[in-house]
Design a protein. Sequence first.
Length: 254
Amino acid sequence: MSIPKTLAVLTGGGDVPGLNPCIKQIVNRAVEHGWRVLGFRRGWAGPLNFNPDEPDDHGAWVTELNNQVVRTIDRTGGTFLHTSRTQPSHVKARDVPLILRDPGIDYDSSTETFDLTWKVLKTLDHLGVDVLIPIGGDDTLGYGARIHKEGYPVVSVPKTMDNDVFGTDFCIGFSTAITRSVDLITALRTPTGSHERIAVVEHDGVLLPEIPSVANEVSEVKKITVVYTYSYMDGNRERTVRDREVFLRTRYEQ
């Protein structure tokens, strides 16, 4: 009888509503094809902190997944595996797991960073992981590429509200960011119009202004300002007030 292959999944970075449904579909499809599925808890912190010599502690960092475990997880947003921004290739001294610490190093005062990729690979080896599926954005998937270069098959799932992962049209989380932005902008129209004021909505965007661009287009916003440097804000208030006065004068003239 052949030994079933093992697939491991983890979620890293910010949480978005589509994570649990994604995990559920991965597990259901893998089980359907006879695969064993593991879920690492707290992103890359899972394989980093996993201690094979402490069986009682395994549940804190890795868990077995099957159809029954994930049956209802898509009823809530976020990730039931939890998440973190741990980057095993750049671990600050104070964050090095106790099981990996060298007695000769003062980790509390050290400013050194450590590449602990060897520990992640050791965990994957110990658990017999054949394929790893990280779900995340640039940081999470960037480290997934590092694991792939080390020889492990990796299938990455892009998840970021910023929609800035290369090679995909829509990341998990982007549509939610748009719809909630549109809901907020639409709701603001009533008090803004009633009091004859200017409403300013600030969007997150990291490097790409895709969220404000799409949300404002859908909401038919009159003006969008993309600020790459604080100096650009000089005079922006005056320009906005002037644009509003022109708009109001034109409207009333009609």
